[in-house]
Design a protein around this ligand. Structure first.
Ligand code: UDP
Length: 241
């Protein structure tokens, strides 16, 4: 364990639901989940304490269902259940790799996971268990991005790692605009002012007020998360008032 030399001791990783499915698909892609798990295990082996907030968009998104006429609260409850399915898939993949984990949920589901209790979550981190935080905040009308900010503050994470399929934040969609420029660094206020698609505004505001940086990077590239945590400048960092 060489944690003393690392820039971060405790981190919060936000994994969007998209990372759980294979390219162009929906639901759970087992290759993708194994990739995620092996990347997470790699950083846990460095001695970094890691809390993972899982999204659910590969299965269900409340806002999309409500646009089609579904009651928003019921739809969001389904979305939160979707994050639990992803959490269980990730836990299974990590345990197959002999990585010690605990899943904690914001909505009680005792037979499957522990309820989220801050002190208990911190205790697991101190014991070098990877914690998987599922069920979002437990409240409708929120997202797992906001959950990530909230839990990062509560658990004292030094940074939020936002794992995506793009290698940072751009001034335009790099898939559509060939001249799109990648930012190496941004201030929170720039993200809010220019409405850059990083995390939703509530999540960004919480990070800004509490001075917790966000690093956006491409987690589909093997070894990237380790590079970020060893201090390599990849992706985009958002920080500063
Ligand atoms: N959700 C919610 N409250 C929360 C977090 C999530 O109601 O605190 C629901 C919401 O319907 C959301 C879904 O869970 O669409 C999945 O989460 P999210 O869209 O953030 O997942 P991601 O985009 O990261 O895959």
């Amino acid at each position: 364990m060489e944690s003393a030399k690392l820039p971060f001791k405790r981190v919060l990783l936000k994994v969007t639901g998209e990372a759980f499915c294979d390219k162009g698909a929906q639901g759970i892609g087992f290759g993708s989940v194994r990739h995620l798990a092996s990347e997470i295990k790699g950083i846990a082996n460095l001695g970094i304490e890691i809390a993972v907030v899982v999204g659910g968009g590969n299965i269900f998104r409340g806002s999309e269902a409500s646009e089609k006429g579904m009651d928003r609260v019921s739809a969001d409850n389904m979305g939160m259940m979707a994050t639990m399915i992803n959490g269980l898939a990730l836990q299974n993949a990590l345990e197959e790799m002999d990585c010690d984990t605990r899943m904690l949920t914001a909505i009680d589901i005792h037979q499957l996971a522990e309820p989220y209790v801050r002190r208990r979550a911190i205790r697991h981190l101190e014991k070098d268990r990877v914690i998987i935080l599922a069920g979002g905040t437990g409240n409708p009308y929120f997202t797992t991005d906001t959950t990530a900010s909230l839990r990062a503050m509560e658990l004292g994470a030094q940074v939020i790692l936002k794992a995506t399929k793009v290698d940072g934040i751009y001034d335009a969609d790099p898939m559509k605009v060939s001249t799109a420029r990648k930012y190496k660094e941004l201030k929170f206020i720039d993200v809010l002012r220019d409405n850059l698609k990083v995390m939703d505004a509530a999540a960004i505001s919480l990070c800004m007020e509490n001075d917790v940086p966000i690093i956006v990077f491409d987690m589909t590239v093997t070894g990237n998360i380790k590079r970020v945590l060893l201090g390599e400048k990849i992706g985009t960092i958002v920080r500063g008032k």
